[in-house]
Design a protein around this ligand. Sequence first.
Ligand code: PLP
Length: 399
Amino acid sequence: MKVVYADNNATTMVAPEVVEAMVPYFTRYYGNPSSMHSFGGQVAGNIEIARQQVADILGADPSEIVFTSCGTESDNAAIWGILRANPHKRHIVTSRVEHPAVYNLGKYLAQNGYHVTELGVDSSGMLDLNELTDAVREDTAIVSIMYANNETGVIFPIEEIGNIVKQKGSILHTDAVQAVGKIPLNLSKSTIDLLTLSGHKLHAPKGVGALYIRKGITFAPFVIGGHQERNRRGGTENVPSIIGLGKACELVKKYMNAEHGQVKQLRDKLENEILKKAPDARVNGHKINRLPNTTNLSFEYVEGEAILLLLNEKGICASSGSACTSGSLEPSHVLRAMGVPFTAVHGSVRLSLSRYNTQEEVDYIIEYLPPIIRRLREISPYGRESKVKGQSPSASVRI
Ligand code: PLP
């Protein structure tokens, strides 16, 4: 069956060049990078090349990059690493729209003796920076605010956030899992102290990530063990995946400028055509401060899950929120925090593109999605009723 993959915020295809770069590290260069012999030593050297490749797309120094197992670990390491290094500070600031890797850690910390302030967002998904200014206190160990939202693609003004955090004498961590590889970053001229990235969102494999820790930041390791990663993360390195992550970053550096425009043009066409063809649809999230690849659409009077099932029958892969929370029928905490009406939250679908999507694929989605919405509305008693009476249903319909 034809597959049109439009779920790149959930995960991406591993680039063929990345696979090719990784393969020798399974069978030929399989030494342990910590070994004394040169068979292992050459692997350690190649990890350093990958570290440089990651540092290059961030504008960082290679010594500031720590390899981890995923974005979730990097987020946990950043927050725990700062809390443990500053045990007298028991307050953290975060937002209501973070990925569960930060959001649920915040909930855990709040239940375990820490004070947590969650900043709200407005209807376009943007933060109120005055609220941030008021929230940061003398005992705030860390402010953890994402760079770009995984569900809506909304981009936060992270440098302005960083300026406020610096003025207040705290530390800024940003979860940039969705930003890295999609928009340019330059940490050499930045107020960011710690930054999370994840391999599988930028055409490297799953199970590898990195944490940027600015030089001079006092950090206590989260994974305690051997001396790897300059004592900042114990555990034998996932060598093939680290090599793959390095190669993926090299490709980002080479192609990002061209890709940015191409992906944005496809996303804009997709979004505009669907809005034209499907009535009672809306875009969730800021229209301008947004990742170029993401659109989060709500269709009133239908269930997001029903849309996904019918899209799936046509081979179209999309998502109704964070992939990590799919399988749960809980409405998206991100859309709820934005005050998106109940009926629109339940009828939300996220389409996220990558450099591998084509014009033809976008046309295919435009051809099939609007009729799916029409069909679902026809069989939805609330849809029919609301159209007849001109009012919103009290609850959306499960099909
Ligand atoms: N942060 C954001 C914004 C994400 O989108 C994701 C994954 O969806 C993560 C963190 C977690 O990354 P990983 O899947 O590598 O643990």
